[in-house]
Design a protein around this ligand. Structure first.
Ligand code: HMG
Ligand code: MG
Length: 298
């Protein structure tokens, strides 16, 4: 059965903006988050607490968290790679974090400078601290349908990493097709394998649109009973460690698909399109959402 409601997780302020080469003012990031709140998003990934030498664009995340207008019922999350990042997030008033591991060894080394097993071990003290503080932790697995360095990834390998994250206490595991090579077929096989260990209600889909397959993969995921999807307003972003990767699928495009299927999200299309158009103008680039472009051209 198709889900009646879907939770959209807008990762644009983090996954999108982390990949920008030009500096972005804190005020522009704050405006983006506030616009997304106004548009009705209930989950926004605002920034990350990672090494500024690795990802300079996220250096101002604490200032962003201090300035956003929080609406009750909306989750404002931060990506944290280790205890140091977690503590910085906590000090910035963050109440939900996400950890991330790769399904491929090659990507793990390039992205966080250690093996998959080491990265999982690094999360243990973070998970403990989060538990003590009553903070929920979301888990990401990247490269679930292909890796820029290691090529094809076996679904069983993804299932192992996802299971480890789930067992250490992640309440939800987001499966990331970081380079967008997945298809409806490989997506379904992946979910069937991962769902042997983790209930489908605790899985999310994180699709990048590099090969134009993201909406097909989301549709395939919906048919598999997945009801949480990560996306990025105006299709912002990419990944600094995955060459040629385009942004996450645009939130506007996912919303259009879901509206057409009668699935509720609570998000307003006109407000969302306005939010995406504003940040695209700040960045001086064409809006990456095809739905937004079509609606704005009418
Ligand atoms: P390292 O160099 O191996 O770590 O980096 P280290 O422990 O040796 O520390 C090096 C320096 O970083 C030290 O500073 C630490 O204090 C500092 P120094 O003594 O040299 O001055 N440091 C930190 N600073 C700020 N915040 C921290 C932190 N930790 C250490 N949390 C590390 C390891 C994990 C830190 C580094 O590799 C890193 O920050 N990587 C971040 C990579 C990243 O953010 N990638 C993008 C997110 S993943 C993604 O986008 C995929 C996803 O969207 C899913 C998908 O798309 O499929 C989630
Ligand atoms: Mg991503």
């Amino acid at each position: 059965d198709l889900p009646r409601q879907v939770r959209l997780v807008d990762v644009g302020p983090r996954d999108g903006l982390q990949n920008e080469s030009q500096p972005i003012a804190v005020a522009d990031k704050v405006r983006l988050v506030d616009d997304l709140t106004d548009a009705g998003l209930r989950y926004i990934e605002v920034g990350s607490f990672v090494s500024p030498r690795w990802v300079p664009q996220m250096a101002g995340s604490a200032e962003v968290f201090a300035a956003i207008a929080r609406r009750p019922g909306v989750t404002y999350a931060a990506l944290t790679p280790n205890l140091k990042g977690f503590e910085a997030a906590l000090a910035a008033g963050v109440r939900e974090v996400a950890v991330f591991a790769a399904a491929s060894e090659g990507f793990s080394q390039l992205n966080i400078n250690c093996s998959i097993a080491d990265s999982l071990a690094r999360f243990a003290p973070l998970m403990e601290a989060a538990k003590a503080e009553g903070i929920r932790v979301r888990g990401y697995v990247s490269c679930v349908l292909g890796c820029p360095y290691d090529g094809e990834i076996a679904p069983e390998q993804v299932a192992w990493v996802a299971r480890e994250l789930h067992q250490m206490g992640c309440y939800e595991v987001s499966l990331g097709d970081t380079i967008g090579t997945g298809t409806a077929g490989s997506t379904r096989r992946l979910i069937e394998t991962v769902a042997r260990d983790i209930p489908r209600e605790q899985l999310a889909g994180h699709f990048h649109d590099t090969y134009g397959q993201a909406l097909a993969n989301i549709h395939a995921s919906l048919l598999e009973g997945i009801s949480v999807f990560d996306s990025s307003v105006a299709g912002l972003g990419g990944c600094p460690y995955a060459k040629g990767a385009t942004g996450n699928v645009a939130t506007e495009d996912v919303l259009y698909l879901l509206e057409g299927m009668g699935i509720e999200t609570g998000v307003s299309m006109p407000k969302l399109v306005a939010a995406g158009q504003r940040i695209s103008q700040v960045l001086g680039r064409e809006n990456g959402s095809r739905v937004a472009r079509a609606l704005l051209a009418r």
